[in-house]
Design a binder for this molecule. Structure first.
Ligand code: AMP
Length: 222
């Protein structure tokens, strides 16, 4: 069996999963698998699937298990990597079971599930100020992490800065409900498997990254 490191980042919308996943990509060469990014790509390509998911996403509801499991399966089958960071997947128990089966079939496993704990009041502010670079994916925030030059990405210089259609108060309400109803049971699911680690997602980005690094190191050497 080859040595790989597979990590799940678990937490409500706005917890900082995407930001921290990008750090792990840079620092450890892992591959980020974000079902949210895959679905946004599908909808912008105007494919049949894209049309089906666009409306569901804008409302803040979950896309069907069948679609997201299919997307993940395809990526796992076609990507060579020293390990994966699952960002925004799994979001239901059925997805978690399917991921376990897919990895087992590849002779791999989930090494650690990192739960990013944040309080709900902070999420509204985080989500409503959020924007990203359409070219390189860097994540910014109006007050806590603005670009150095207004309208220009610090990392790649692109001026294609975007806000997500579902980053608004109305859709956030549904996204939070979906999280508590369908995704938060995964905390117990992975705890019972002995894979869960939790951290304070409200600490600043560097502190969260440091804590995450310790958790990943411990999981890899275990
Ligand atoms: P995210 O970028 O992770 O916040 O995801 C944005 C939206 O994509 C969610 O609100 C859902 O509509 C959809 N989505 C992303 N990942 C999943 C998933 N694993 N299962 C179901 N729907 C998902």
């Amino acid at each position: 069996m080859t040595m790989t490191t597979n990590i799940i980042l678990l937490g409500p919308p706005g917890a900082g999963k995407g930001t921290q996943a990008r750090r792990l990509v840079e620092e450890r060469g892992l591959v980020q698998l974000s079902t949210g990014d895959m679905l946004r790509e599908a909808r912008s390509s105007n494919s049949e699937m894209g049309k089906v998911v666009a409306d569901v996403m804008d409302k803040g509801q979950l896309v069907t298990d069948e679609i997201v499991i299919g997307l993940i399966r395809e990526k796992l089958e076609t990507t060579e990597a020293p390990g994966f960071i699952f960002d925004g997947f799994p979001r239901t128990l059925a997805q978690a079971d399917a991921l376990g089966d897919l990895l087992t079939g590849m002779g791999q496993q989930i090494d650690v599930v990192i739960e990013m704990q944040v309080d709900d009041a902070a999420l509204v502010d985080r989500i409503s100020g959020r924007f990203t670079c359409g070219n390189c994916g860097e994540v910014y925030h109006d007050t806590t992490r603005p670009t150095e030059k207004p309208g220009v990405c610090d990392v790649c210089g692109s001026t294609d800065l975007k806000r997500r259609a579902d980053d608004n108060a109305e859709s956030l309400k549904t996204r939070l409900l979906e999280y508590y109803k369908k995704t938060s049971p995964l905390i117990g699911y992975y705890y019972a498997q002995g894979r869960l680690q939790s951290l304070n997602g409200l600490a600043d980005i560097e502190e969260v990254a440091g804590r995450m690094g310790q958790i990943v190191d411990a999981a890899v050497s275990a």
